[in-house]
Design a protein around this ligand. Structure first.
Ligand code: SAH
Length: 246
């Protein structure tokens, strides 16, 4: 087995399953999706570590446990259409694409959206659409959604997201409360949503507007030894379908 697949098996066992996430479909998706391909090349050896990692433009890929927790809280069964707000690297979107029928993922920083789309395409994941879009408005053209996941912290619950959620659907969103951030799971009931679960968390902020970022910011959040420009070199080995993914 490839070294990254071995590292992932350990990651799933020690950071996800041991932490109480037991949904076998979530564990399988996290075992299958090659997380190292969603992080900058020079950080790949750290892709399976229990931490968030910089992906440029001051943004991060969430740590494995956060992805496992958020995914399991959506309780996907395979028939759903899911909206993800905050594509970032595309890793969370790839996990969702393994577990739902269709995923629409929006990202306000256009170059991040482009890179994530490219990675997902190379992995052969065709049931996810990545768009450069401000997700505070949701995505009306594709609504309604069976489930919505926001992976950046909002100052309050954006009303558009509630209106684009189907009856009985879950909306997962971190919200700032004073100094803290709380990850809420809301359930849509009629015109209202009710809080179902909450847990303390840490995310980058949900901001408004789409940004065509200055390329000089591509390495923001990275140390000088870890330039993002190393992310997608032409020699990147992205396996074709049928090959082992890691
Ligand atoms: N889910 C990502 C990590 C998310 S980091 C992954 O798997 O890698 C949060 C992302 O949300 C950042 O890339 C940030 O640019 C994006 N974001 C913040 N506000 C947003 C908004 N209003 N609409 C869309 N994306 C947003």
């Amino acid at each position: 087995m490839h070294e990254f697949a071995v590292a992932r098996r350990r990651m799933v066992r020690e950071q996800i399953a041991a932490a109480g996430i037991t949904d076998p479909r979530v564990l399988k998706a996290m075992q299958e999706v090659p997380r190292h391909l969603f992080v900058p090349k020079l950080l790949r050896h750290r892709a399976q570590q229990p931490s968030a990692l910089p992906i440029g433009y001051g943004q991060t890929i969430s740590k494995p446990f956060t992805v496992g927790l958020m995914t399991s809280l959506l309780e996907l069964r395979g028939h759903e259409k899911v909206l993800e707000v905050g594509t970032g690297s595309g890793y969370q979107g790839a996990i969702l694409a393994h577990l739902a029928q269709e995923v629409v993922s929006v990202e306000r920083i256009a170059p991040l959206a482009d890179r994530a789309r490219d990675t997902l395409q190379k992995l052969g994941l065709h049931n996810i659409t990545v768009l450069a879009h401000d997700g505070t408005a949701g995505y009306a053209d594709h609504a309604p959604f069976d489930a919505i996941m926001v992976t950046a912290c909002a100052p309050h619950l954006p009303p558009h997201l509630v209106s684009q959620l189907k009856e009985g659907g879950y909306l997962l969103i971190p919200v700032t409360t004073g100094e803290d951030q709380i990850l809420y799971r809301y359930l849509r009931q009629g015109q209202e949503v009710i809080v179902e679960q909450s847990v303390s968390c840490r995310f980058v902020p949900l901001l408004s507007g789409v940004k065509i970022e200055d390329p000089a910011l591509a390495n923001q959040g990275m140390s000088e030894q870890e330039p993002l420009s190393e992310t997608a070199g032409p020699d990147d080995k992205v396996p074709s379908e049928g090959e082992h993914l890691a």
